[in-house]
Design a protein around this ligand. Structure first.
Ligand SMILES: C[S@@+](CC[C@H](N)C(=O)[O-])C[C@H]1O[C@@H](n2cnc3c(N)ncnc32)[C@H](O)[C@@H]1O
Length: 408
């Protein structure tokens, strides 16, 4: 019998999870590895079967809202590892976590050690109560758990000189924490702009921040003062959901009627191999079109429409009563037909044909000029600054900040 076989189930699953995180290069440093190897994740997710608690790829949902959607979770290990590595913490560091659960705070406490400081803030007392309890039970009672809206709740718990790192573990529309950061500190923030969500590592550069390593991610949306309700009409008895950030009001009945009517279907000739990332397409379309949004269709329900190009984060253009989304098919011709997928566009409603053509043009332009380009760069400025407008790019204006996306 090997030593591994003698380990209790949780320890064995933990070791397997750590190995997977290292293999995926989500864990890159010995201190993050040591933290994952030590903290018993299952103790922070008692509702989940052991195997689910230790899946490297999956979050454990711990609370849902009335609409059934998650409002709190223990984030997926790959994402936690990636954010912890991005924070580049050392023993003695002072860290603020926005959005609690307990597990990630315990990982942070392991990394910063007894001379460090971990403050974790959550708006929901259900979350803070259980996080505090689990942290105490597992030996991390020194983590400071704060109940409140993170928009301001961390201010009075900020150490002199500021936090060395701020890790935001909830999807936010804005960044109200820059003033809490120590000089040279880092903020890891899953930031929404035009329905796109990227986790940025923000580092100070003079009067603004550079937004480094934009990583595709999904988080439960922020509640409280920073909440920005999306327009999110649900069609076809819940089988289809359209998401638009800002924009003029949508006509839900008109959109429902549009979905039931004729469609315009166009095929672009632009293809992608299986597993080939094409998320720069989203950034390009959001650069040139403020009607950009996301389309979702329940994969378990057939509503007689061509399949969306992606299960999550499928690009779409939308107006009041019409929309067009990105679809995909295996091309009929072509040398490696079975290996590549072709993008198409599918428009519904009065302006559906026009939107399908616009989306088609955006896909073509992206493929011809931007697909093989480096990703755009990002900077974050305060709302009252006057950053130069990029020659090719877009400024996303928020309540407190402005995110500048520049293609070079
Ligand atoms: C994904 S969970 C946090 C996961 C956690 N960091 C972990 O250990 O994996 C996101 C949390 O953000 C919280 N939240 C949402 N809006 C908030 C706000 N304005 N201030 C503080 N917490 C908020 C939710 O209640 C939820 O518990």
């Amino acid at each position: 019998m090997t030593t591994d076989a003698l380990l209790p189930d949780a320890a064995r699953l933990r070791a397997t999870m750590v190995a997977a995180l290292k293999e995926g290069a989500w864990i890159r440093s010995p201190w993050v590895e040591a933290a994952f190897a030590r903290v018993p994740r299952e103790r922070f997710a008692p509702e989940a079967p052991l195997a689910a608690a230790y899946s490297a790829q999956d979050a454990v949902v711990t609370k849902r809202g009335q609409d059934g959607r998650a409002t709190s979770s223990i984030s997926a290990p790959w994402l936690q590892a990636n954010m912890l590595e991005a924070a580049d913490l050392r023993p003695g560091a002072k860290v603020l976590e926005i959005g609690s659960g307990g597990y990630n705070a315990a990982l942070l406490a392991e990394i910063v050690g007894p001379d460090g400081l971990v403050v974790t803030v959550d708006i929901d007392s259900f979350v803070t109560e259980r996080a505090a309890r689990f942290l105490a039970e597992t030996g991390y009672a020194h983590v400071k758990v704060v109940l409140g809206d993170a928009e301001h709740a961390a201010d009075e718990h900020t150490p002199q000189g500021g936090f060395d790192a701020i890790i935001v573990t909830v999807g936010v529309y804005d960044v109200p924490w820059g003033h809490l950061l120590a000089p040279g500190g880092r903020m890891i923030v899953p930031l929404r702009f035009s329905t796109i969500s990227r986790s940025f590592t923000f580092v100070r550069d003079g009067d603004h921040f550079l937004g480094l390593n934009p990583t595709v991610c999904g988080f439960v949306p922020v509640q409280g003062a920073g909440k920005l309700p999306d327009q999110e009409p649900v069609l076809a008895n819940g089988a289809v959901r359209l998401t638009l950030e800002n924009g003029s009001p949508l006509d839900v009945a008109g959109l429902e009627q549009a979905l039931a009517g004729d469609r315009t279907e166009l095929w672009t000739g632009v293809t992608a191999g299986r597993g080939e990332p094409f998320d720069s397409m989203h950034l390009w379309i959001a650069t040139v079109d403020d009607r950009f949004g996301m389309f979702w269709q329940d994969p378990d329900r057939d509503c007689g429409i061509p399949r969306p190009a992606m299960r999550w984060y499928c690009p779409m253009l939308i107006t009041r009563d019409s929309f067009a989304y990105l679809t995909i098919r295996t091309p009929r011709n072509g040398e490696a037909a079975e290996q590549r997928w072709e993008f198409g566009t599918c428009g519904y409603g009065r302006a559906g044909a026009e939107l399908a053509h616009r989306l088609y043009d955006h896909v073509q332009t992206w493929d011809r000029h931007w697909r093989d380009h480096p990703l755009p760069t990002f900077t974050l400025h305060s709302a009252d600054a006057a950053p130069p407008a990029p020659a090719v790019g877009r400024i996303f204006r928020k309540r407190l900040t402005q995110l500048v996306m520049t293609w070079h």
